[in-house]
Design a protein around this ligand. Sequence first.
Ligand SMILES: Cc1ncc(COP(=O)(O)O)c(C=O)c1O
Length: 427
Amino acid sequence: MSDLPELVQRAARVFPGGVLGSHRNGPGLEFVVREARGAYLWDTNGRRYIDYLLGSGPMLLGHAHPSVVEAVRAQLARGTTYMLLNEPIIELAEELVRAVACGEQVRFTSSGSEATFFALRVARAYRGRDKILKFEGGWHGTHDYGAMSVSTRSPKAFPAPTFDSGGIPHVLGDTVLVAPYNDLATTEALIAAHHNDLAAVIVEPYQRTIVPAPGFLAGLRDVTRRYGVPLVFDEIVTGFRLAYGGAQEYYGVVPDLATFGKVLAGGFPLGAVCGRAEIMRHFDPAWEGTPDYVWQTGTLNGNPIAAVAGLATLAEMRKPGTYERLHRMGTRLRDGLAAAAQRHGLPARVSGEPPVFDILFTDRDVVDYRTTLMADRERLRRFNDECLRRGVVKAVNKIYVSLALTDADVEATLGVFDQALAAVANA
Ligand SMILES: Cc1ncc(COP(=O)(O)O)c(C=O)c1O
């Protein structure tokens, strides 16, 4: 049996901050994963956790799903990467185009961050303009444009961006406009004033766990169409999770381009840009040597292992009743969490759609990034820690629901939520 503290110490020596990225468990609650199956993770001490982090979303079927494992095992023996056309990746592209209303053509990447980066780059080439408009609090990955105005504690007046990472060239601040999510009037005014410079508007249609206000996405569609500015939906979280056709099916608004990752790749590194052929054709190497050409390549793009994992995942998701079950389970968890917060007299909002949501400790309705700033972060940190202490893992600000959960898991989780909220209320 491995020695947990020793592994954590080894991690602290080789990783800055002792972590892989930004996810960090509370002090004394650090653990190292030994394995994961279905709805559960086990740490190196053999302790079992119910998993609502799900690898930050991809493991919608649960971990090591037998049909994904079998598909990957069969592909492993045929080679793991070619950088050449192969049947699984063509099939995955065809399935994406079938599933998604905006889908005509596809380019694959190795991560979601690359997918949004290339969606913005191809929109620039198509429009012949440089600027993009994003929404405050929206997250599109780690590249220079994604890391602006995501998590600042001191927002600036719209449309000025904040830099949420060091190392971003300051000149890029002039290429990003920031708008308030769910505020259509302000967004329309910004687009009207800047449309001549805009290459794209990018949005998480369901921003983090904030639901779009009625008419917001449709209004965004109208104003971007009016000015000929491509609308990009970042569906890296929502794709195949809210509905098989993603947020564009769920909310009934179709963008020009959309980006995917997470569930699409079945737990392997793969992302995708997908959308109208008129824009996507700028990726065509026949245009090489012209300013219209967007050079997009990557060693692992088109990776057949990720493709078969994605195809196996999507085949499971297409089974009748799957989304109904996901939404039913999510609704039970979400509404049970809200009821528990009320029972304990805590001012709280449980925000979001059933397949992925979270609690915010605030008495204000959560409609945009600035209302999330009113929430009590210390209480959320304590809630996350108290859940973890009782064997429930969640993301820092998300509860991802998996199809591997049993009714008993949901019941057990609601019990943990109740105890964790009691601890928050008594702190
Ligand atoms: C909405 C959204 N876009 C983009 C990304 C970046 O994807 P990746 O982590 O695969 O680079 C994420 C990651 O969580 C995301 O949630």
